[in-house]
Structures are given as C-alpha cells and as structure tokens.
Ligand binder design. Structure first.
Ligand SMILES: *Cc1c(COP(=O)(O)O)cnc(C)c1O
Length: 473
C-alpha cells in the first residue's frame, strides 16, 4: 500500500515533455553534462533536493509577513525562538545558506595545522575546513564506502578511528568533531542515537566540541524512530532534540530539511562562540539579525522547521524515496544499499560493467537517462572526484548516479516514469557508450566539464533507437 500524500495540491507548475530527438540535441549542446541543461528542457528534475522543495500555503502566507527592517526583524525573533524550541540551541545566526554557516564556523574554530574528524567528507564543508588550514580526517565506518553493505546506520562514526586520531595528534589539535546527520555522500545514510551519544562522551572526555552538520537531521531522526530500539514511541521532535543534545552546535542548510528555497543558520550554546559569530557574520553575510536573508525568508524557514517535524510529512518523504529505490531493485538495477533518506543512487560500475572508469560511466549513465526519459540526475564518481594537488586523476571507489527527490514536489506517478526510464536503459545498457572529456575546468570540474560519446558502430546505435522508440517518452 502506498503511503499517500499528506497534502493536496493548490498551485501547479507545468512541466514540458520533450521528444527523444530534442533531448539528443539538448544533451549534445550541454556537452553530455546534466548541469548544463536548461531546466525547461527537463521533465523530472532529480539533480538535487537542495532548495527545490515546495513550500506550504502556511509558508507562503508567512512570506507576506516579512519584516524587512534592517535590524531586529520580528521574523528573526520567530526563527530564533523556533531554533531554540526544536533544536535546543540557545543562540543562532542566520546565513544565506549552509556554506555561509560553514565559513563562519571554520574561520572561528580552525587554526592552521588542526585536524577535523568527520563521518565522510562533504564538498563545501571540507573546502572551508581546508581553506582555514585544517585537515579533514574521515572516521566513518568502513562499510560506508561499500555500495552493497546493507546496514541500518551506515553513517556511524568508527569510534576506534576517532580515538586513535585523538591519541595520534592530541585533543588540542582537534577543534571539533564534524558529525553529519544523515551522510549525503554515503547515500543519505543515518547515524544512530547510540553512536551520537558515544561520540559526545569521547569528545567530552577530551574537551573537544561536537558540531553537527544538521542539514538532513529530520530524515536522520525518522530513521532512528524506525530502526533503533526504544525510539518507536517517541515523536520526531523528541528524537531531534535528543540528537542535538549530543552536540555543542550545528551548521544548517535550510535548503534541505527546513523546506525552503534559500537559507541556513549556525547555532550554538556557547555565548562566546556566538559573539564571535556575530562579529564575523557582519563581514560575510549581514547583520546578526538577518545574515544574508530577507525577513520573509527567515519567516518561511521558521515555519518550515515546524512542518518538517510532522510525522506524516517525513514518513511520506522517506516512503517516496524508498518507492523509487524498490522499483529499481525489483528490476535488478544495482543501487546503493540500503536506500537512504533523500536520494536513490545508481551504481554505475555495475550498471555499465563494460566501461572502464576512465570512460566516465556515471557521467554517461546520467546523460543517457536524460535522453531516455527526460530525467535529470547527477554524476557522483570520477568526474566529481577531480584531480589531486599534483594533477593526478583521483579514482573514487564509488561511481554513482544520484537521483535526489525534491520534497513535496513530485507524485508517485512521476517516480514510476523515472523508474521506467532507468529500467528501459538497463535493458539496453550494453549499448550505452563511454565518454571522452573534451573540456576540463581546473576547479570543481563536474559543474561545467564537457564530454562527447566515444564513437559506436552504427548497428548498435540503430538497435538502441529502435528499443527506445517502443519505450517511454
Ligand atoms: C547542501 C549541503 C551543505 C551546504 O549547504 P548549502 O545550503 O548548499 O550551502 C552542507 N552539508 C551537506 C551535507 C549538504 O548536503
């Protein structure tokens, strides 16, 4: 039985279907890079769940109550009150989005030569740590790097790795532990409450702070309720508050679990940390009572935080992601297990076993998924991994295509269409060619790199076309 939508639709945004011929032209023009497609040419946009949520009528009503005073806006006070109540932190500065909060936190706490342990890196988080002279050290459990390991809490910290880092470099070289809940790059995998409690105990023993990357903390809370003994009877809000209590503060990208299109914050309990954040936020974002956001944006985020803790909302959100993953799994498509909180990840290594990693299998799969069904996904493999400091190509273990599901945006019928496109592609996967990179930007190349397909014998192409004409559009 489907867990039906806990909302009805009041405003619609038309999306256009395109023909296969048009899509072939568009992806060629975009250099086989889904980031370079125009949004209007995409039917189902699963590029990211960041800033793509649908706001509620209550949030839109709140937008009309924006108090756009330069200082002391009532919407700031509402947001501060909401963060206190549901996240339990005494202090909060708004930022334009999550990386704004990461910038402030990293500048305040990290000194050159410091080490920051974390449960798998995230791109912007690590970039800010490194920019301030810190070194990120991955202390996630080994299984998180294995697409087939099916564990309930695959985002957990390996406590032995954490303890041995502390012993090796000394607690004074570790300004804080950076704990992400859930872990995006591991496939949206959660951290257990027991693990968070244990990390906090170790940190306290050594006088080290724990700072959460709370971006997807509500999804994490749902998994705790579902999977961890003793939590089935607790509300999402109660679980969230306990999770936060095992930390000293958090960075937040409101564009994910706070259900807004823009916004974020840095929250903490320590007053002197708050004072330093107030000093810095003026330089990078704006006054401590708006931090780069309009009053209306803060109001929408305050209301989104409350809505995100509704059980029916989060249960449906996770059910949608699971629905897509299970449809693919049932057809034999290789996905990252278990299915995570915000996205389904295709394992391009197994999907396109005839390609070498140098032929950019995940990039090619994402491009061909667009050609097949107008579905936009994101490469998370060798292209995203880029080169090391010496210019050598990095070869990541995971070669993935991410289908991230926006919150409250698509229906199960849309997910059926997306699943069918993937399955159709899977049936003629042998005919999907590798790619060559014809333009390689020097930094964060995945955003703007351009590719061309490696030439295929004409017979294969004809067969591929015939197979897909019979399929979905
Ligand atoms: C998106 C994201 C961020 C950065 O947030 P932005 O709002 O995009 O700046 C940080 N951490 C994680 C885990 C994220 O997914």
């Amino acid at each position: 039985m489907l867990l039906a939508e806990p909302y009805r639709i009041k405003v619609v945004e038309p999306i256009a279907r395109t023909t296969r011929e048009e899509r072939e032209r568009f992806i060629t023009e975009a250099g086989y890079n889904t980031f370079l497609l125009r949004s209007k040419d995409v039917y189902l946009d699963f590029l990211t769940d960041s800033g793509t949520s649908a706001m509620s009528d209550n949030q839109w009503a709140g937008m009309m109550l924006g108090d756009e005073a330069y200082a002391g806006s009532r919407n700031f006070l509402a947001l501060q009150e909401t963060v206190r109540r549901y996240y339990g932190f005494a202090y909060m500065v708004p930022t334009h989005q999550g990386r704004g909060a990461e910038n402030l936190l990293s500048r305040i706490l990290i000194k050159p030569g410091d080490y920051i342990p974390g449960n798998m890196y995230f791109t912007t988080t690590r970039a800010h740590q490194e920019l301030n002279g810190g070194t990120f050290v991955d202390v996630i459990v080994d299984e998180a790097h294995d697409a087939t390991a099916d564990l309930p809490f695959k985002g957990n910290v390996d406590l032995t790795k954490l303890e041995s880092l502390i012993a090796r470099v000394g607690p004074e070289r570790i300004p804080y532990i950076s704990l992400a809940v859930t872990v995006n790059l591991a496939g949206g995998q959660p951290v257990s409450m027991a693990n968070m409690r244990a990390v906090k105990q170790i940190a306290e023993r050594h006088g080290i702070n724990v700072m959460l990357d709370a971006t997807r903390c509500v999804e994490n809370a749902y998994f705790i309720k579902e999977r961890e003994a003793g939590y089935a009877g607790q509300t999402i809000a109660e679980i969230l508050l306990e999770m936060m209590s095992y930390s000293d503060g958090c960075t937040m990208s409101g564009k994910k679990d706070c259900l807004v299109n823009i916004g974020g914050f840095l929250a903490m309990n320590d007053e002197s940390l708050y004072q330093r954040a107030c000093e810095l936020v003026v330089l990078f974002e704006g006054m401590p009572t708006y931090g780069g956001l309009a009053g209306r944006d803060m109001e929408a985020m305050a209301r989104g935080i409350v809505e995100s803790l509704d059980y029916d909302y989060i249960a449906h959100r996770i059910a949608q992601v699971r629905y897509l993953g299970e449809a693919l799994r049932a057809a034999g498509v290789a996905i990252v297990e278990p299915i995570g909180g915000h996205a389904v990840f295709l394992d391009a290594r197994r999907f396109l076993a005839h390609l070498t990693q140098d032929e950019f299998p995940a990039q090619s799969l994402a491009a061909h998924l667009y050609i097949e069904g107008g579905v936009r996904a994101m490469e998370r493999g060798i292209v995203s991994a880029g080169r090391d400091d010496d210019g050598n190509q990095r070869y990541p273990k995971l070669e993935l295509v991410r289908l991230a599901i926006p919150r409250r945006v698509y229906t199960y019928a849309h997910l059926d269409v997306a699943a069918e496109a993937v399955i159709q592609l899977f049936r003629h996967r042998d005919e999907i060619p590798g790619l060559t990179m014809v333009y390689e930007p020097r930094i964060l190349r995945f955003f703007t790199a351009r590719f061309e397909p490696i030439a295929k014998p004409e017979a294969d192409l004809t067969r591929a076309r015939e197979a897909s004409i019979a399929s979905v559009h």
